[in-house]
Design a protein around this ligand. Sequence first.
Ligand code: FNR
Length: 383
Amino acid sequence: KIPHISLCVSCLDFEKAAKAVMPRKSYIYASTSANTGASLKGNIEDWERINFRPRVMRNVGDVNTQRSIFGHNSPYPFYISPMGTLGAIHPGAEPEMVKGAVRKGIHMVVSTASTKTTEQIMRSMVEEQKRMNYASPTRLFFQFYMPVNRERAVELMHMVKKAGYKGLWITVDTPVLGKRESDRVLQAEEALSVGLEKQSTSEWEVGGENAFAPAMGGRVVSGQLSPHTTWGDLKWIRREWDGPIVLKGIQCTEDAKLALEHGCQGILLSNHGGRQLHTAPSSLMTLLEIRTYCPEVFGKLEIFVDGGLRDGSDVLKALCLGATAVGVGRPYLYALAAYGSQGVERCTHVLYEELTTAMRLLGITSLNQARPEMVNASRLLNE
Ligand code: FNR
């Protein structure tokens, strides 16, 4: 039923393979997006609407794709994005993803809404390194959903620090969950099947702390999410967490500037994989906006981008435009669903090969040579 892993030669192949084997409920959880799906579609399509400006005859025999995130070197300028509830995707849950990551040396950001505990996930990294007898460069960072209860937030941050996570990615685009339509249909179906149709309508109210809880990951998170978070909270967070802080879900120039003013070390330009605000800007549009109106943040902050990157050449475009590194979400989730940790390795290999090919064809041998003038975004900007 499932194609041999060697037949997966692109990110899209993992989705096809996964769709064939995943329970419908899990596939809906992974693939769902906000409202009509426009934000998700925009993320993916925009990367293909800008072009390279390749240079030729530049001796591109040897290429180097290394990048570091907050001083932690990686063979790749991309990392695995945080995704909740991986237990719904593969029985091995987050540790299975971590195993694949460790074997390839790719960094990963672990979600607050994980199936396994922060300690279990960290332990799985150490154990895999031992098992492989390999000092993998993989490092784990932690994605932080601000809980309603401040004591709980402090406790969680201390736990994360003690476990050895190297940075806090605070998700700021989720004061409430977006309207994820296929999740809603699924929940309504479940309610109908047990004769709860009357009750289900009131749960569909959107907004505040009573936000609709979608079918899977959201159930873990909603009710714990705080819609009351403000920029002022960064003060006490900073007192409790002395490592790097990245704000995940920055979507305009004004907030990029505020992140810098509030002493953050990084920003992640993201619309949450199109799962939050309907018609939010694509990750690429945000990157282009910030390049134009807030160039001072490049060089002062580490700039990350995620959303819709499906090919190593998309990764290269983001780096040309000034990204430090990029996050890849669903392709890894589908690879995990279909092939477990081997899928994670394979997905990394596919992206790496696409990246090195694109670098050679663009005429560069190191990521330090990636420059904004190597990309032409006029088609996207003039539409
Ligand atoms: C996510 N994302 C996410 N983000 C976050 O901050 N915390 C989380 O728990 C989750 N959970 C989650 C689950 C699933 C199934 C998906 C698909 C996404 C968003 C994620 O970190 C990232 O921003 C996007 O997935 C990137 O877009 P692509 O690569 O999936 O297009």
